[in-house]
Design a protein around this ligand. Structure first.
Ligand SMILES: [Zn+2]
Length: 329
């Protein structure tokens, strides 16, 4: 599988023309004259050639219990909210049924909904919107692992964590090391990576959970997904954070990719990084992994489209979807 930077096109194709990435930058070229924002919010980002399948990955992170649009006193007042997100996801799925919706953790903590209902509202809303797979953030443990297990009763989606060993805990039955989804014959492997909770959370909130080395676990699960599960694409939901210029002790998605081959895309979380478009990180093999993180509070949804031919990704393109769009009211 090759990830050529030049092949990563920005936004939608406009009039049959696409914008190639400027090879000198580590992000996608933007040309306001061909703004993708002129195209409908649910439009596919790639042309699909004969024999190819279009796979769409939608993702959020660090929604932090933001059920309603942002309040008037916030600089993003009026943006976001679960109702708009539901409308957007529904339209995209109507356009491309081969769509997965994932979340990179910290669905909890930030509004009175969490204080009052302890995660029930967040997981019910995410179930209604149609999330497929979700990984866990540190704040998802804020009321303790047993309260998390209780909230999980309201979730109809899969939880994945590859480097949290939850055997013997109350979430053991709900958290899988990985899942595989098959979309029109394309097998997509999804796994999750979490941050070390020691030092972030009180020890009693994650009692019994063992933290495993993310690099070792990622290498193992990618090999398993590629070789045994025959996946054409491998997607990671990461709550490890995005640190393009890490300070001592910071180890996030970029640093992981530098040691792990074979991840096509990381839906990133934890650092509340507002990226305007996806970025790349270089794998040991020289190929690129796409990383996208969409800030926090459900203000945006990220979208990355892939075309797949057989077992090979042929092109990919990403776009930030703004949840203040007029058409989503
Ligand atoms: Zn976090």
């Amino acid at each position: 599988m090759t990830f050529s930077r030049r092949k990563f096109l920005t936004g939608a194709t406009v009039g049959g023309a696409s914008l190639a990435l400027d090879a000198n930058t580590n992000s996608l070229a933007a040309n306001p004259a061909l703004s993708v924002f002129a195209s409908p919010l649910h439009a596919p980002l790639l042309d699909v050639k004969r024999g190819e399948k279009l796979i769409t990955i939608l993702h959020t992170n660090d929604v932090h219990s933001q059920i309603d649009p942002l309040p008037a006193n916030d600089k993003n007042a009026g943006k976001g909210g679960v109702a708009r997100r539901a409308t957007l996801v529904k339209r995209i799925r109507a356009e491309n049924p081969n769509t997965l919706l994932v979340d990179a953790g910290d669905a909890f903590q930030g509004t009175p909904y969490f204080n009052l209902y302890r995660g029930e509202v967040e997981y019910k809303a995410m179930s209604a919107i149609g999330y497929d797979t979700v990984t866990l953030g540190n704040h998802d443990f804020d009321n303790g692992i047993d309260a998390l297990a209780s909230a999980m009763k309201f979730a109809n989606f899969d939880f994945v964590s590859t480097n949290y060993d939850v055997r013997g805990t109350s979430i053991e039955q709900r958290v899988k090391p990985y899942v595989v989804r098959e979309l029109s014959g394309v097998r997509v492997g999804l796994f999750g990576l979490g941050i070390n909770l020691a030092g972030l959370n009180a020890p009693e909130t994650f009692k019994g959970l063992k933290y495993l080395d993310p690099v070792r676990m990622a290498r193992g699960v990618v090999k398993l997904l590629r070789e045994r599960e025959n996946c054409a694409m491998v997607i990671c939901m990461s709550h490890m954070g995005y640190y393009p210029e890490p300070k001592p002790g910071e180890f996030g998605d970029t640093q992981l990719v530098a040691q792990v081959d074979g991840i096509d895309f990381i839906a990133s979380g934890h650092t509340h990084t507002f990226m305007e478009r996806p970025v790349f990180a270089r794998q040991p093999s020289g190929k690129d992994t796409v990383i996208f993180q969409v800030g926090k509070s459900g203000i945006y949804v990220g979208r990355v489209d892939f075309t797949v031919r057989g077992q090979r990704v042929t092109a990919h393109a990403g776009r930030l979807l703004d949840l203040r769009h007029d058409t989503l009211v």
